[in-house]
Design a protein around this ligand. Structure first.
Ligand SMILES: [Fe+2]
Ligand SMILES: [Fe+2]
Length: 333
């Protein structure tokens, strides 16, 4: 158990000293004498299991200090006790309003103070344990759901005539572009997985259309185009998390075009969600470089030319620039 104590006077109050003695090896206490040292302690060592503040420090800069302590942590995930010399209901009420969990008089019976610390920390540790359990459970459920969905995508990929690697290359380059655009590491990691789900709707397109060697009729092409909305319907009801939220965006919009000529909604420019704009570039490039039922693979330079010529038409120019700065010919051999 880690306790941070802010104590203005050189000596600890007898009730605090006695409680710490009683806690013995159970506790590691860091004692500082002012609010700025406390902020330093938070920055260097993170959050404690309990914070004890001397009431003399609850002065003008206390609100600032507490704001720093509670920063990004609206419910304050650790308990805070304030030590008071004198009983004053108004001051006590003000302390509670600042977000403090409990107050105690320095003249309090040490045994009572000790029990108060034990109870607050016990409840705090139980909450942390519960939060971790729920988080692990959510992660487990998400990854099971993701593996199931990815399995369906690999089936669709195989039926679509790709010889393999398409989904992995789309995931790899989409995440790299996102990182280059300043998207955070965790989101990029999720995006590597989410972008692989872009064509999940193709599980609902008949084989004779997906594998047709020649040109598709208009009617057949209209059927293929339904895979964006079909795919979205498949994942629409899935549990909400970063990965599946990204996937929903990518699945539904990865065939929209920068100039508004795409499908299913004919969105243009910034109306198209950014992650879908990224997948669009990588997906088309990889399809050009792949052998399909109806075409031979393009060579690298011709595919690069195609991307350049279609900037402002199908693709967002900035994304094409980033992709062409990252793409490695050997990945497509
Ligand atoms: Fe697609
Ligand atoms: Fe694709």
């Amino acid at each position: 158990m880690i306790i941070y104590i802010v104590n203005a006077s050189p000596a600890l109050t007898p009730c605090l000293e006695s409680a710490l003695l009683k806690l013995g090896n159970e506790v590691h206490a860091e004692i500082v004498s002012n609010n700025s040292d406390l902020v330093l302690l938070f920055n260097e060592q993170g959050k404690p299991d309990l914070l004890v503040i001397d009431d003399t420090l609850l002065t003008a800069d206390a609100s600032d200090m507490l704001r720093t302590v509670f920063d990004g942590d609206e419910d304050c995930s650790f308990p805070v006790i304030v030590l008071f010399d004198l009983f004053n209901p108004n001051v006590f009420a003000a302390a509670y309003r600042l977000g403090i969990h409990d107050v105690i008089l320095t003249s309090a019976d040490p045994e009572r103070f000790f029990n108060k610390i034990r109870n607050l920390v016990f409840v705090h540790q139980k909450i942390i344990h519960l939060e971790n359990t729920i988080e692990n459970l959510n992660k487990k459920m998400s990854s099971m759901q993701y593996e199931d969905i990815l399995g369906m995508c690999r089936m669709a990929e195989a039926r679509d005539g790709f010889l393999g690697g398409h989904l992995d290359r789309v995931g790899h380059y989409s995440a790299k572009i996102a990182k280059n655009m300043g998207i955070g590491d965790h989101e990029c990691m999720m995006f590597n997985c989410a972008s692989k789900l872009h064509d999940i709707g193709k599980v609902g397109i008949p084989d004779h259309i997906l594998n047709k060697p020649g040109k598709l009729t208009q009617e057949e092409f209209e059927t293929v185009k339904t895979h964006s909305v079909r795919g979205f319907e498949i994942v629409r009801g899935c549990q909400q998390n970063v990965l599946l939220d990204q996937a929903k965006e990518v699945i539904l919009y990865h065939h929209e075009s920068w100039d508004g000529s795409g499908y299913p909604y004919g969105l243009r420019g910034d109306e198209i969600p950014p992650l879908a704009r990224i997948v669009k570039v990588v997906d088309v490039f990889d399809a050009l470089m792949s052998k399909r039922a109806y075409k031979e693979p393009w060579d690298f330079d011709t595919a690069v030319d195609y991307l350049r010529k279609n900037c402002n038409v199908q693709f967002e120019p900035a994304i094409v620039d980033i992709f062409l700065g990252l793409v490695s010919k050997s990945d497509f051999d």
